[in-house]
Design a protein around this ligand. Structure first.
Ligand SMILES: *Cc1c(COP(=O)(O)O)cnc(C)c1O
Length: 357
């Protein structure tokens, strides 16, 4: 059954920001979607209301114990005015995986996608159309019991907010410097690394702050136990091109997030006939490939930046420069192809885009 969403229009819409100065995550649209959960009753009262602050009791448990999960995806306006979502059902199923890991009641995947579509439609005038811009969609769930004590809550709020965005990094699709993190861990097998739990990002801040101070854009996370195998780069999955073959860390250890961009990149590479392997990758092996002149490219993948080339790695003071600190051919081709599909410029052989009718 389709969600019956009550809509209250915002009586005082805001001025829209300059499309060429959006940055990432700075502006929010005129409306938001809310959906309550109460144990014994289930999810109820789906509604779109004017965007604004929540009224939160200081004892609300999410503020103390972080029972909170989120998603991130984008909507694009194509040249002929179509509103396009990129693989939203993949985000819906991943949100449910995250919910499951944090003892949050799951949602009907179709309800999640219907809610996203309805909200984007209401705020369609906010979708920017300048080059490399889009409407970032942030669905998230928080526990809302007013109670101090560690236990799964009885009440939750599912919220969707929208933000018109430009490039994630001010560098755009340009190589970034990466610090290989050998002190802090983001996650460990059995933890929450494979889901989008808010707490994971709090755990990563100190490493990120120290790397920023040293002049790096992001950190490359190694496995928490041996500090030997590559996990992810910042909040992105990571790929390397070595001697003509593309490799990316395997999901088998359940310490990495199964990125939808990661999956799309793998499928596109296979479609192009490029050899791609999901495997355990040691940082040693990357450095060795570089010494032999075989490390051709490295890049991160994620919804926010799509493709982010890595120009330099620093591991224990040992610096390697990749592809002369230039964007590699595969990274550039993937960026153009995937953003082309997302914005309706390139034909979509995978049927990934969903038109909002
Ligand atoms: C969201 C995220 C990614 C990328 O996932 P996409 O679905 O491609 O956006 C990768 N790693 C982490 C830790 C993330 O939170």
């Amino acid at each position: 059954m389709a969600l019956d969403i009550a809509v209250t229009k915002n009586p005082s819409p805001k001025n829209k920001p300059d499309q060429n100065r959006l940055g990432f995550g700075n502006y929010f649209t005129d409306h938001m979607f809310l959906f309550n959960y109460t144990s014994g009753r289930g999810w109820h009262d789906p509604r779109i209301v004017p965007y604004g602050p929540l009224n939160v009791d200081p004892a609300t448990d999410v503020l103390h114990y972080a029972q909170s999960v989120f998603e991130g995806l984008k909507a694009y306006k194509s040249a002929n005015g179509d509103l396009l979502l990129f693989r939203p059902h993949a985000n819906a199923s991943r949100l449910n995986l995250s919910c499951e890991r944090l003892c949050i009641p799951k949602l009907e995947p179709d309800d999640i996608v219907d809610a996203i579509k309805a909200l984007v439609k209401v705020d369609r005038e906010w979708i920017p159309d300048a080059k490399d811009t889009s409407l970032y969609i942030r669905p998230f769930v928080i526990s809302t019991d007013v109670h101090i004590g560690v236990r799964p809550a009885d009440t939750y709020l599912f919220i969707i907010i929208l933000s018109p965005v430009g490039a994630y990094y001010p560098e755009g699709i340009n190589p970034v410097r990466i610090f290989v993190e050998n002190k802090y861990a983001r996650t460990v097998k059995g933890g929450m690394g494979q889901v989008k739990a808010a707490g994971n990002y709090a755990a990563s801040l100190l490493a990120q702050a120290e790397a920023t101070k040293k002049g790096f854009t992001q950190v490359l996370w190694l496995d928490a136990i041996e500090k030997k195998y590559v996990d992810e780069v910042g909040t992105m999955n990571v790929f390397f091109k070595i001697n003509g073959e593309v490799i990316t860390p395997t999901l088998a250890e359940e310490t990495l997030l199964a990125g939808i961009t990661r999956d799309s990149v793998i499928q596109v590479l296979k479609h192009w006939g490029v050899k791609v392997q999901e495997t355990k990758i040691s940082i040693d092996e990357i450095y060795r490939a570089h010494k032999q002149g075989l490390l051709e490219e490295a890049f991160g993948t994620g919804t926010a930046a799509v493709i982010s080339p890595i120009g330099e790695l620093n591991w224990d003071g040992d610096t390697v420069v990749i592809n002369n600190f230039e964007t590699g051919a595969i990274a550039k081709k993937l960026y153009d192809f995937i953003t082309g599909i997302q914005s309706g410029v390139v034909d979509d052989p995978f049927k990934w885009t969903l038109k909002i009718e």
